[in-house]
Design a protein around this ligand. Sequence first.
Ligand code: NAD
Length: 357
Amino acid sequence: MAYTVTLIPGDGIGPDVTSATRKVLEATGVEFNWEIAEAGAGVMAAQGTPLPDSVIASIRKNKVALKGPVTTPIGIGFRSVNVALRKSLDLYACLRPCKTYPGVPSLYRDVNITIVRENTEDLYAGIEYEKGTPEAVRLLKFVTETRGKVREDSGISLKLISETGTRRIVKFAFDYARSNNRRKVTAVHKANIMKFSDGLFLSVAREVARSYPEIEFNDVIIDNMCMQLVRNPRQFDVLVLPNLYGDIVSDLCAGLVGGLGVAPGANIGEGLAVFEPTHGSAPKYAGQNKVNPLATILSGMLMLRYLKEFEASERLENAVAEIIAEGKDVTYDMKTDKSAGVGTNRVAEAVIEKMKE
Ligand code: NAD
C-alpha cells in the first residue's frame, strides 16, 4: 500500500533537507505518493500568505505530513507559520526524542530523553496586548483594582493553561511511555510561583499519573530541571512540559545530544501528524548542499513509526546510527576536528547505501 503524504518543503534549507529525506524514505521500500504543498516565504508573493489554506486542506485530507522549516516573515499578519499550522490543526503534542547516537559531537553518553511539549497554550499562544492600547489599559485597570497598582506603561502577555489542555498532553505523555516501554514520566513546572497556571498543570498531571501505576512519576521545577539536565541527563526518561518550557528545554536537550542537526520532531493531534526537524530555516545556508539532513531524516523515521512501518523505521534508524558512528559521511556540524564534512546529498546517499547493506 502506498501512503499519500503531504510534503511541505518549506524555505531556506527546507528544500535541501526534505529532498534528501524523501530519497531516503523512498529507499526504505515503503511506498509514498507525495502531495507537495508550498508554504513559507516563497509563496508569499503569489498567494499573499505564507500559509495557504490548501496546505491545511492537504494535511487534513492525508492525515500525515513531512515538513521542512519555514521562515516567519516579520510584520505580515502571521505571528508564525508554525504556530498557525499547529493551532489550525490542533496539533497539541510536540514530541521530540533526544538520544545520543554514539559518535555525535557531545560531552554526554547514553542520553535518551523524550520531550512531550504542549503545543497550543501557555505564554506561547501569543495572547498579547501592546502597551498603551485600549485593551491593555482596560486590563491594567482591572489588575490595579483587584491586585493593587501596576505600571501603566506595561505590555501584557497572558499565560493560559487549561485543565483540558493539560489532561490531554499528560495523558499523551503517559500513553507514549506505556507503548514505548519507557519507565518514568517527569512533569516540569514552576507551580511554586505560578499557582493557578503551573499549579493546575501539576495537580492535573498528578491525577493523570494515578491511572498509570506501572509508570514512575515525579515532578521537577523548571530552573532545577535545567541544572539537573546539564549535570545528569541520564536520570530522565519522558518529560512533559507546558509550551514555553518545552520550547526552551527542547533546544537544551538537542544540545546535549549533538545539536540541532540531529534533533527530530513531530507535532501530533487527533489522527493527524506533522513531522519536522527541531531546527529552523537557517537562510544563510539555503541551497548550498551544506547542512545536516539527519534531523529531518530522523523525523521521517518517526513518521514511519507513526505509520506502524516498524521494520523500515528500525532499519533507517540503524543506518543513521552507523553513519554517525563511522563519522565519515557527515556534515560540518558533526565534525569535532573542524573539517568541512560532506554535503547534504552525500549524507542521504550514505544512509541509503547503509540500508542496502
Ligand atoms: P535555525 O535553526 O534556522 O539556525 C540556527 C543555526 O543552527 C544555523 O545558523 C546553523 O548554524 C544551525 N543549524 C540549523 N539547522 C542546521 C542543520 N540542519 N545543519 C547544520 N546546522 C544547522 O534558527 P534561527 O536562525 O533562529 O531561525 C531561522 C528562521 O527559521 C526564522 O525565521 C525562524 O522563525 C525559523 N524557524 C522555523 C522553525 C520551523 O519551521 N519549525 C523552527 C525554528 C525556527
